[in-house]
Design a protein. Sequence first.
Length: 287
Amino acid sequence: MSLPDLDPTRPLCVPAPAKINLFLHIVGRRPDGYHLLQTAFRLLDWGDEITLRRRDDGLILRTTDVPGVPAASDLVVRAARALQAASGSAFGAEIGVTKRIPMGGGLGGGSSDAASVLLALNRLWGCGLSRRALQEIGLKLGADVPFFVFGETAFAEGVGEALRPLAVPPAWYVMVAPPVSVPTAEIFSAKELTRDTEILIMRAFAAHNTRNDMQAVVCMKYSEVAEALKWLSQYGYARMSGSGACLFAPFDSEAEALKVAASAPSGWKVWVAQGLDRHPLKDWIAE
């Protein structure tokens, strides 16, 4: 597939799709304290949007404010600077972010933003780095970033960086964002967290026979998540994504999902998204 031509003098808008964890098992802990996981990542056709403009002076500038996130610590800025360092590029960039993915929601918003910056600037700057090279850069930014660079539904192990393609059925998802932000570090450090789930063989994967090991801990600490999960579960299978707080339930059709979403209690943040098999920027990079 031929790659699209990019005009470096014009702004470039690219998607940064959200993800869900179809399951998340914690199977151990490394000596350095990082948790060993097994999970299945799936992209959604909904998320943030990144706007980029190439600069010739090497400066990396964030052009939109993100409440509570200083520019220097924003993953999009850190991703651009990491790519500069790895590639030796003399170019810079102006980066704007249209945020839709809730922060602290377990949908990978910051990681997806960082990955889209890596994928897009790799093209816009003409770096020519491989997918594996970008995944290695991404892993230093966050454990979920390599998945978004990988760019398709995946079975993941290690800390989330060991990825294999995974085929899953088409689905529409009712998504619920409770009005809380759940700090990942708080849940990983909770004494109640199960850390010895039996290792799963990939070919035996079935979402309904798995679980999210973090879900019970989050529901115990955040009543808003427990309430939303109880409501969503009345329509069948429902689960929390990542370390929370967002929840999802799969449906076979958009019409069915929209009907359930329309019945949500007033004032809740509820929407419908379709599962996405491939990242929109998947083909923007050589393997």
